[in-house]
Write a protein that binds this ligand. Sequence first.
Ligand SMILES: O=C(O)CCC(=O)C(=O)O
Ligand SMILES: [Fe+2]
Length: 179
Amino acid sequence: MKDLCDKLKSVFFKSINMPEPIEAIEKEERYYALHLNSYPPCPNPTQTMGIPPHTDTLFFTILHQSGNVSGLQVHKDGHGWVSVDPHPGALVVIVGDLLHILSNARFPNALHRAVVNNEQKQRLSFAYFYGLPLDFQLSPYLDYPNCEGPCFKSLKVKEYASLKVKYFNSALSFIKKSG
Ligand SMILES: O=C(O)CCC(=O)C(=O)O
Ligand SMILES: [Fe+2]
């Protein structure tokens, strides 16, 4: 999984034109975490939320949805909540806040949630979070055509993580540049 994450990280850096290797990332310990989510069948699914709407804080998440039980939904502008159904052998990659900041908002951080079902099926998902070193300075990368300047203030990963703990889904608004 770590190898896959490192490869995917390079693909993302390449796609925002960011030159690699970035010493501050390579020499420090990266943050990885695995969440195992279990959603039992629910008699009243419209009154219950599996995981409420959120964006993932870190660089990206690789999500495996086990079995053939739907539940993941992504919010799409103009469409509302859209299901991301499981496909055998497929993993879902979710862009997190750190990549959103570093890409100067060119990669949207996906607002998503998990809903429960009353079809007598337990749902399991496995979320593997890939982070950057806590002391890494997050400065939006601006070397791309027609860039109109940074959308976000520069700050360390650990400073953003504290804002997220405190303000949850509003954290980005504290570092957004106006105008
Ligand atoms: O269970 C899911 O499909 C979503 C899990 C998730 O969003 C998370 O663990 O952050
Ligand atoms: Fe998530």
